[in-house]
Design a binder for this molecule. Sequence first.
Ligand code: FAD
Length: 490
Amino acid sequence: MVVGDVTTGTDVLVVGAGPAGYVAAIRAGQLDLDVTLVEKDAYGGTCLNDGCIPSKALITATDVAHDAGNAEEMGIHADPAVDLAGMMGWKDDVVDQLTGGVEKLCKANGVNLLEGTATFADENTVRVSHSGEGQGSETLEFEHAIVATGSRPIEIPGFEYDDEPVLDSTQALALESVPDSMVIVGAGYIGMELAGVYAKLGTDVTVIEMLDSILPGYDDDLKRPVKQRATDLGIEFHFGYAASEWTETGDGIRVVAEPTEEAAADGGSEASAEPVEDDTLELDAEKVLVAVGREPVSDTLELENAGVETDDRGFIQTDSRARSNVEHVFAVGDVAGEPMLAHKGSMEGQVAAEVIAGEPSAIDYQAMPAAVFTEPEIGTVGMSESEAEEAGFETAVGKFPFRASGRALTTGETDGFVKIVADEEQGYVLGAQTVGPEASELIAELGLAIELGATLEDVASTVHTHPTLSESVMEAAENALGHAIHTLNR
Ligand SMILES: Cc1cc2nc3c(=O)[nH]c(=O)nc-3n(C[C@H](O)[C@H](O)[C@H](O)COP(=O)(O)OP(=O)(O)OC[C@H]3O[C@@H](n4cnc5c(N)ncnc54)[C@H](O)[C@@H]3O)c2cc1C
């Protein structure tokens, strides 16, 4: 069917059906608003199709194989064979279940779904172009718009994603065969998670990072066990290097990296696998994965026609109610800025819908958690010890190592700790950091503690099931109070 130049209207237009946009649309539907969700590609956005879900599925699957093959201590002797097509097929099934679920939930909440690419024509109108030859476009008028167009991988000069051996994270989550070797450019969370996946599949993985450590932004004590475990898996690191080009070698590629000015001035980073000096690095590999960060998708929307402004990185700047500089246009999720995390976008999406419905909602980032699904995992929420001190708090800090946890010992995963940071005077929990087994799950309790204004006493006096990893949270709070039972108090 050719869609002609029909003009329709909606109270709330949501552009982009990722976790920010579809959550905004569902919440708007729940609030009885007339809402239309426009998506150009696949329901669920990056998170469900190319990000959180497929990466976590592959992390789990490769963990199963790796753990089974490395459990001699438990008396298990196995040599699991991985059928990559089967593994990818299972991952795709998980994705399909979730994306199908999003579509059903939207419909069940009265959301009008429209497939196509939206561009702003003016302050109250978008053009929606339908893909496919002869599919045409239509015009949609709106009272309010919520921009939720997400982000895309940053490309670095010389490493275009169209070139076959150069992968972005999306392509790296859908390989048809296990590469013998892979260079990963970037040791942020996406690079580190995928480094673990491929190292466990048997790929020789080398990571190049411009900075002097993995996972920029995380405290050193959280990163240390992750770096150690990655090294144990055979992952090689080169810090203080920037990838500059790649060439064909006949049986693969050669990735060239130059020391960054800072690294050259330092004479090399001590964490580097090889002395940096001022040597150019040349690494032979089958594939190169570029994971140097993501940039907002705001340049394809013709935002200027609606008068919506972006900052110099392309993020739409918003206030605490998710509003852009144009009163009736909201922006949520990755396109609205850091942290680029799915749950942050979903929270902003709900707030935007509620504000449009006239509710007194506002965004609160105080208890925003983050997780890195490396081995071991990292989970953080609220303030770190140094952030709390910088904010002027006298801190009370408690720590509990997993090696003292009965449950951690029974899982064979004893690296890491739970750390809790509180206000010394009042006892309020200000933040927490954990690295270790199930850190991504454990951090939720600490987020709730911050959200509810709980004190160390509240956490310590909450009875936790035995034997569980969550007892470590209680023990860390007890440690901060000076009366932990299963570790020495500081
Ligand atoms: C490999 C990887 C792993 C990740 N792991 C995690 C994790 O474990 N936890 C976590 O919290 N986050 C994770 N993320 C980040 C997470 O995926 C993003 O933060 C999240 O998807 C952002 O949601 P969003 O709705 O803002 O945008 P997106 O999910 O990017 O969705 C935007 C949607 O808008 C659509 N769109 C864009 N322009 C238009 C247009 N003009 N018209 C119509 N539709 C349009 C796109 O097609 C897309 O579907 C990961 C990301 C990657 C790449």
